[in-house]
Write a protein that binds this ligand. Structure first.
Ligand code: PBG
Length: 298
């Protein structure tokens, strides 16, 4: 069995997770096919800004369509709104910790205890490095005096830039807990990690879930490694993205956590809604109804 994956350390770690589940549950012999995508070639393109267009997925999809690979492994967060019609998302691995983590220089002395994250009281504005409109929009609520700058590179690069004060003067950034965990990063010299509650920072649609994409006729074969609960939650979250039209420049987030839907939109701020079983099973209707209530659908 051949798994198409991007070559970044995080993508390879995620593909290895899928591979070991395939070996364990299906007794399959598995190999990775690491590929460079358009997004990887254009280092100056930030995923956060260019997302939604499949820049990090198209080449992997083509390898599966062409029969060079049996499945493609993606961060669900990086999937465009519409994937190839010749393929299907067979499902998702059980979701990892979906939270975002505030990462800051130990010297910055941000509050790291109970209650909301707060900037240190002293020394003027707090510079935070993230290109994501979703993260910037929510950080601006947590840290009203924050200023923002760009940071590029993979997770480890970002952490070392920040620790070495080479991140344009930034004192902090935000990274996905799932990515850090999959890279085995729990600590970093000179930095502190503080996971953010859903009530402080709503995770991106699909954050923490790994998607397995296959040819339509093969999908059922992979059921033993996939998690139906994760699929339900991701379907709800993606329905919100689809209903809003997937504009990647909008600061928007949706996260379904059990019976609660957490939403962030630049026009409404953070909002919470109860989610019934019935609503979870009618994602498109649920998304339209809630977004209408908020006045976000024209
Ligand atoms: N933006 C890139 C990206 N895509 C998926 C993850 C983390 C893993 C996940 O959310 O499943 C990350 C890194 C990050 O945002 O910190």
């Amino acid at each position: 069995m051949i798994l198409a994956t991007r070559k970044s350390p995080l993508a390879l770690a995620q593909a290895e997770l899928v591979a070991s589940r395939l070996r364990e549950k299906l007794g399959a012999s598995v190999e990775l096919l690491p590929m460079t995508t358009t997004g990887d070639r254009q280092a100056q393109w930030s995923l956060e800004k260019q997302g939604g267009k499949g820049l990090f997925t198209t080449e992997l999809e083509q390898a599966v369509i062409d029969g060079e690979a049996d499945l493609a492994v993606h961060s669900t967060k990086d999937l465009p709104g519409h994937t190839s019609p010749q393929l299907i998302i067979a499902g998702y691995l059980p979701r990892a910790d979906p939270r975002d983590v505030l990462v800051f220089r130990s010297e910055a002395k941000l509050s790291c205890g109970q209650g909301p994250a707060r900037p240190r009281q002293a020394n003027g504005p707090l510079a935070l490095a993230t290109s994501s409109p979703r993260r910037r929009g929510q950080l601006a609520l947590l840290f009203p005096d924050a200023t923002f700058c760009e940071i590029r590179g993979n997770v480890e690069t970002r952490l070392s830039k920040l620790a070495e004060n080479q991140a344009g003067g930034a004192e902090g950034t935000v990274l996905a807990a799932a990515g850090l965990a999959r890279l085995g990063i729990a600590i970093w010299p000179g930095l502190e990690f503080r996971p953010l509650a859903f009530t402080e920072m709503v995770p991106a649609v699909g954050q923490g879930a790994i998607a397995v994409q296959t040819r339509i006729e093969d999908a059922a074969h992979y059921a033993p490694i996939l998690d139906p609960g994760t699929a339900c939650a991701v379907r709800v979250e993606r329905a919100f993205q689809a209903a809003l039209g997937g504009g990647c420049h909008t600061a928007f987030a949706a996260h379904a956590a059990g019976d609660t839907l957490h939403l962030f939109h630049e026009k409404t701020g953070l909002r919470r809604f109860p989610l019934s079983e019935a609503e979870v099973h009618a994602p498109a209707d649920t998304a339209k109804r809630i977004l209408n209530t908020l006045g976000l659908l024209s």
